[in-house]
Design a binder for this molecule. Structure first.
Ligand code: ZN
Length: 346
């Protein structure tokens, strides 16, 4: 494909390609400018109460739920929040706001310029309920060529190029439309050399279903990251079986420390439990298949609204890892080497 040689061996950020050595410590799954307002809430004029000390716990525990908490368009706020991560050692963010979540590529470019943080943007489409209804009429090849264009020339009507494909939305059960988008993503992956991020459905066997499907299509699992393992897989057997396929396992709800989870009735782990799962992956030889993040997509997870912010992993999780016997080399693999390998175009 024309242009592929120019990007091979480099990482594509929203401000253009960089040398992999310049990436820095990387959060592999965040949202910086986004709109994840529940489809049933969309179009409502009532944003709900301002977030305050008086109600932030209720927001976080699902006692109240309002559109206000689910979107951020303000570039100045995003710059301030991302700068706080930079100031505690974060170098890069993979921003996976894709089709259905109102991506803002030019806004991301402004955040990157305003902070000096490398931002790698995703592309493709989120789960079916969020997608443009017109997607139902689109073919695999149509999705593939859209994603190839987003990586090679620019996304969502801008010249800003995606550096990763995803998060590609999958539900449980997996819908026919979501499967077509995934097939398009696999073609785009092969054509561009980017990696893919998968948002799996909320069923413990759905990540394996996706991995088996990808393998069945003859595609390379080495370039696939499966997100949200924290809310999806709770037992070591499933976790290790999935890791054995060669996919990268992403624990990306770090900082989500209460047991409440709005979207299903699960036993949400805390950060310590997340680190135990990561330890068992490492003990089984999968150190090079683990990445971490916070998946911030609610205002109440930002510092100014009472949350932990993008810096939590650097301020708190890395010290906890060290206390729990993670070596410098292991921390480096999870935060620097693995992201660099995945984001470098092949
Ligand atoms: Zn996400």
């Amino acid at each position: 494909m024309p242009g592929r040689d120019a990007i091979r061996g480099r990482i594509m950020t929203v401000r253009g390609p960089i040398e992999p050595a310049k990436l820095g410590a990387t959060l592999m799954h965040e949202h910086v400018l986004w709109d994840i307002t529940r489809p049933k809430m969309r179009g409502s004029n009532d944003q709900g109460p301002e977030i305050s000390l008086d109600n932030v716990w209720q927001y976080n525990y699902g006692e109240i739920s309002h559109p206000r908490n689910y979107h951020l368009e303000d570039v100045a706020v995003a710059i301030d929040e991302v700068a706080r991560m930079r100031d505690v050692g974060g170098g890069a963010i993979v921003e996976l706001t894709c089709g259905g979540l109102r991506p803002d590529p030019l806004g991301l470019m402004a955040v990157s310029e305003g902070t000096g943080v490398n931002i790698v943007m995703g592309c493709g489409h989120y789960v079916e309920p969020y997608q443009d209804p017109r997607n139902h009429d689109r073919s695999v090849d149509d999705f593939a060529s859209e994603m190839i264009g987003q990586v090679m020339t620019g996304a969502w009507g801008t010249p800003v190029r995606a550096g990763m494909i995803g998060e590609i939305g999958c539900s449980a059960p997996w819908t026919a439309l979501e499967r077509r988008v995934m097939q398009g993503a696999l073609i785009a992956q092969a054509e561009t050399g980017a990696a893919i991020n998968v948002h799996p459905g909320r069923d413990p066997d759905q990540p394996q279903e996706v991995a088996d499907f990808i393998r069945g299509q003859g595609r390379d699992l080495d370039r696939v990251v499966i997100s949200h393992i924290d809310r999806t897989i709770f037992d070591t057997d499933r976790l290790l079986k999935l890791a054995d396929t060669g996919v990268t396992i992403e624990f990306d709800l770090f900082g989500q420390e209460n047991s409440f989870y709005a979207l299903s009735d699960i036993d949400m782990p805390n950060d310590a439990h997340r680190l135990r799962h990561i330890r068992s992956l490492i003990d089984h030889g999968h150190l090079d298949r683990v990445v971490i993040s916070h998946d911030i997509c609610y205002l109440t997870r930002l510092t100014r609204f009472g949350g932990h912010g993008y810096g939590h992993i650097f301020r708190n999780v890395v010290p906890m890892m060290r206390r729990r016997g993670f070596t410098d080399d292991e921390v480096d693999a999870i935060l620097v080497r693995n992201p660099r390998r995945l984001l470098t175009f092949v």
